[in-house]
Ligand binder design. Sequence first.
Ligand SMILES: *Cc1c(COP(=O)(O)O)cnc(C)c1O
Length: 379
Amino acid sequence: MTDAVPSPHLPDGLSPETLVVAAGRPAPGPDVPVNPPVVLSSTFHAGGPVGYARTSNPTWEAFEEVLGTLEGGRALSFASGMGAVSAVLDLVPTGGVVALSAHTYSGTAARLRDLEAAGRAQVRLVQIDDADAVAAACEGASVLWIETPTNPALELCDLSAAAEAARAHGVLTVCDNTFATPLLQRPLEHGLDIVMHSATKAIAGHSDVLMGAVVTRDDALYGRLLRVRTLVGAIPGPFEAWLALRGMRTLGLRLKQAQASALELATRLEGHPAVSRVRYPGLPGDPGHALAARQMDGFGSIVSFETVGTADDVDAMCDAARLVLHATSLGGVETSWERRRRWIEERPDIPETLIRLSVGIEDVEDLWTDIAQALDRLV
Ligand SMILES: *Cc1c(COP(=O)(O)O)cnc(C)c1O
């Protein structure tokens, strides 16, 4: 199991950008490897707390140590973000009300719709950027499921206010922190109970692995989630955990570059005649800007924007990019975009032409040249 005091050989007071590099390594010693090995073993010699590799694995533990250290809790890794989502939803009592951010990752919303159809849970959609609506939705709820910034509308939720309202009603709080990553936002510090991640995205960062995680500082919750993971079995392979950890080492640098480019591209998009609306919390005119400046350590690498033209025009425009990848997913080193409503699971109140742009680490002028030549086709 993860040490209560991770990486005890490290000095105190290190910044998150340092910890993401330094934590989760074997304790120093002559000829000890500097990286955790990929441990390929389904079983372990008897006498220890793990015993069998559906419970834990040393390669996952290294990944969990880094993520837990950054979020300020204890982490558990899962086979995918949806594996982590499902483990948390397993905690909802039968018939319990889940107050759900109206704009949420489409897979989370779809899973909850299925649970509702089966009589397993009730869903109550809440406009997550409206603190009064969040407080009202907590009444009688079992779980408050937050995304901030939301996917793909990029609305901001006031985490401290939401945690306070939920506490007053005894509601378990969860934040899907995939868009922000723990370098930009740490929901446990705002009083939330559980943080959930699709590590597939910016944490792993190279579009080559699926993985998920949950983090909590509550020992009882940790124990329940560990039990769900062990018995449901949505566990990552050791090599996936190693890839995610290797990718995470450069998260600080990748985010710095991607965020700077995202702000530049968002600003230029606002000035393009084919663009009707740009959503990015880093823009001074964005409705979430003041809260993001207070609650986050950066504005992230995702920009959403709407254009003139039809859905078909926009799909053709996305195809016309030569550098930007026309592909789903986000958080990779490669810039990608897609029209979100091309997915049947996306909510109907997301505008037909809304494009979600995931900004990578390429040269920003190369990116703008490519985006502008594609956009020019719409006018
Ligand atoms: C991708 C994503 C998920 C699901 O994660 P997978 O790793 O694809 O299973 C959950 N939440 C958000 C915000 C996501 O972007």
